[in-house]
Ligand binder design. Structure first.
Ligand SMILES: NC(=O)c1ccc[n+]([C@@H]2O[C@H](COP(=O)([O-])OP(=O)(O)OC[C@H]3O[C@@H](n4cnc5c(N)ncnc54)[C@H](O)[C@@H]3O)[C@@H](O)[C@H]2O)c1
Length: 308
C-alpha cells in the first residue's frame, strides 16, 4: 500500500484522535485542521493547523497547506494536493450551543470543506454523519424507526437540528459528487453510531443494560472508535464508488441472550422487517460497509463487556 497524504478535520476530538492513531499506524501522512491542539502523543507525529472551518478562505488555504512546519520549508513541495480529506469537525450533538449555531457551524463547515476539496481536485472526500439522521435519537417524543434493518435506504427525515444539519451536509456532498463526478471525485458519507472508545464499554453498556428501551436512541448499535479508524483507512484506499452512504457501525446488537429479531419484536413491536436479519445483527446494519469496503470488525463489544 502506498501511504497517502490525508487531511483530517476535527482530528483533536474524541473520534478524530482514534482515526488519526489508526491512520498513523498504517503509515499515512496526516495534517489535522482543528480549533484546538492534539494531545502530546499524537502531536509528536501530526501537526495541527488552527483553522475555523466556517471561514471558506481559511479552508481553501488550509487544504493546500504543507503538512509539516520546518525551517526552511523547502523540503516539502508547495501546493501539493492531498489524496483525501476526512471531515469530522462539527458540533457532535444538540445543546452544546443554541440550535441555530449548531446548524450554522455544521452546515457551513461541511459546505466549505466539500466545495474547496472538489475545486482543488482532492479525489476522496469522507464525511462524518450520524445515525441520528434516522430520527428517533433526538425526536420530540418517542418515535420508531421506519423498518428493520435500518440500512442506508431507510428514509432519513429527522426533526432535530443536529441531525438536520447532518442531512444538509450529506445532500451537499451528494450534489458536489454529481457535479465533480467527471473529475473522478468520490464522496463517502459515514453514518456513525454512538462511538465507544477504549475503556468506555462498561460505562456505556452498564447504563444501557438497565433499560433496553433507552437503547432505542442509539438503535441498539454502536461504533468502536478504533474500528471507525479502520473504516476511514479502507475508504481512503477504495476508489471509484462515486457517492456512497455507509452505516459506520459494528457488527452486533448490544444485547445478549436473545436474537435481534426476537428482541426488536419485543421493544419495537409493529415495526416491519424488510428482510431476515442475522441472529445477532446490529439493527443499524453495517452490511453495506462490509460488502463494499471490506470492513472487518476487530473490536466487538463482547471482548470488553459481559452481561453476566
Ligand atoms: N461521538 C459520537 O458518538 C458520534 C456519533 C455519531 C457521529 N459523530 C460525528 O463524528 C464527528 C466527530 O465527533 P466527536 O465526538 O469526535 O466530536 P468532538 O466534539 O469530540 O470533536 C469535534 C472536533 O471538531 C472541532 N471543531 C468544531 N468546530 C470546528 C470549527 N468550526 N473549525 C475547526 N474545528 C472545529 C472541535 O474543536 C473538536 O476537536 C462529528 O462530525 C460528529 O457529528 C460522533
Amino acid at each position: 500500500m502506498t501511504p497517502k497524504r490525508i487531511i483530517v478535520t476535527g482530528g483533536s476530538g474524541q473520534v478524530g484522535q482514534h482515526v488519526i492513531a489508526y491512520l498513523l499506524e498504517k503509515g499515512h501522512d496526516i495534517l489535522n485542521l482543528d480549533l484546538v491542539p492534539l494531545p502530546d502523543h499524537l502531536a509528536q507525529h501530526v501537526h495541527t493547523l488552527r483553522v475555523d472551518l466556517t471561514d471558506s478562505g481559511h479552508v481553501h488555504s488550509a487544504l493546500t497547506s504543507r503538512f509539516h512546519p520546518a525551517c526552511p520549508f523547502g523540503r516539502e513541495p508547495l501546493n501539493q494536493i492531498p489524496d483525501a480529506v476526512i471531515h469530522l469537525a462539527s458540533y457532535p450533538r444538540n445543546m452544546i450551543v443554541p440550535d441555530g449555531e449548531t446548524y450554522r457551524v455544521n452546515t457551513q463547515a461541511g459546505y466549505n470543506v466539500i466545495e474547496a476539496a472538489c475545486r482543488l481536485g482532492i479525489k476522496k472526500i469522507i464525511i462524518a454523519s450520524t445515525v441520528c439522521v434516522y430520527g428517533p435519537a433526538y425526536a420530540e417524543g418517542e418515535i420508531d424507526f421506519p423498518s428493520f434493518p435500518v440500512d442506508e435506504e431507510v428514509d432519513a427525515s429527522p426533526m432535530d437540528t443536529y441531525a438536520i444539519s447532518k442531512v444538509c451536509v450529506e445532500r451537499t456532498a451528494r450534489g458536489f459528487a454529481r457535479r465533480f463526478a467527471s473529475k473522478g471525485v468520490d464522496v463517502y458519507v459515514f453514518r456513525i453510531a454512538a462511538v465507544i472508545r477504549p475503556g468506555e464499554y462498561a460505562r456505556f453498556l452498564d447504563g444501557w443494560k438497565e433499560n433496553a428501551a433507552d437503547f432505542k436512541a442509539v438503535g441498539w448499535s454502536y461504533t468502536d472508535a478504533r474500528d471507525f479508524g479502520q473504516m476511514c483507512h479502507l475508504a481512503v484506499l477504495r476508489d471509484g464508488l462515486g457517492y456512497q452512504i455507509f452505516n459506520a457501525t459494528n457488527d452486533e446488537i448490544v444485547v445478549d441472550g436473545i436474537s435481534t429479531t426476537e428482541f426488536l419484536g419485543k421493544v419495537a413491536s409493529g415495526v416491519p422487517f424488510t428482510r431476515e436479519m442475522g441472529e445477532k445483527e446490529a439493527p443499524l446494519t453495517n452490511r453495506k460497509i462490509k460488502e463494499l469496503l471490506g470492513f472487518k470488525e476487530e473490536h466487538s463489544w463482547r471482548k470488553y463487556y459481559s452481561y453476566t
